[in-house]
Write a protein that binds this ligand. Sequence first.
Ligand SMILES: Nc1ncnc2c1ncn2[C@@H]1O[C@H](COP(=O)(O)OP(=O)(O)OP(=O)(O)O)[C@@H](O)[C@H]1O
Ligand SMILES: [Mg+2]
Length: 305
Amino acid sequence: MSNANSHTRPVSNPLNADEIFGVAGMAAGVIPGVTAKRPRIFAVANQKGGVGKTTTAINLGTALAAVGRRVLILDIDPQGNASTGLGLGRAARHGTSYDVLMGDADILATVLETQIPGLFVTPADVNLSGAEIELADHPRRAFRLRDALARLKPESGAQSGHEPFDYVLIDCPPSLNILTVNAMTAADSVLVPLQCEFFALEGLTQLMKTVEIVRANLNPGLDIQGVVLTMYDKRTSLSDLVAADVRAHFGDKVYATMIPRNVRVSEAPSYGKPALLYDHRCIGSQAYIQLASELLQRERARLAA
Ligand SMILES: Nc1ncnc2c1ncn2[C@@H]1O[C@H](COP(=O)(O)OP(=O)(O)OP(=O)(O)O)[C@@H](O)[C@H]1O
Ligand SMILES: [Mg+2]
């Protein structure tokens, strides 16, 4: 890539789609009809902390990249976990989503390569925690990200030497603040990770209300792309009860694929790697591959409708 960043660590052929997916039809470029003219933008959101937003953004993004999609993970959480989990130390984060939101950087100039071919990241840093106050007086404060992402149109990318992205996954902070509202205003759809725990549905009314408000006032096309059950533990009946409850509530918006609780998934970020690169055979990685496959099926169905 033309603006390869010296801080990234490309690895030769770290992911082999055939090996990972084990299905010839899933190999790069084989799935027809899912590459949109402009990227599909998903806000990965849930104001509850620790439910698997970042893990889902990283590993779903990796699985999509492994089948030939070009994916940008846009980290807008001041914690910067997606950036760290993809192996980008603080020193590597020259241009960040904070600079993009403040209008100080073109998003295309902030995009960094990761170890996964086809997977890119715009990192975040702690400056974002002041964004709420800094944007308070700005008349278009909810549209900052949407305006910035307009630069990802294929024409703009071509001018700057970037190939267009197929998907942008916005990793939101655990809050329904101006950052998450910016993500929902910029997004086509919201992807909601939901942890299989007793209070899983608590707070979802608030999340859905926020989606409604954004749809009514800022982004009429916004919908819920899907709900992903995370940290599913098949040994506990609680996980099954929660899953049944969530399915009763959200119907077929809930992905059939459930992400199991898996220690390999939780270890991977400390090595700066997606679980799929750390151990692509573990059950967590396999579930994210399955989730990507289901997402692409949904995308195909949407385009065919
Ligand atoms: N499937 C899983 N199995 C085991 N551990 C997991 C799994 N998914 C996520 N975790 C771990 O749970 C913790 C929370 O996950 P993650 O950071 O993805 O959640 P989050 O919703 O992004 O959190 P925050 O709200 O703080 O941004 C992390 O330590 C992560 O490694
Ligand atoms: Mg997170």
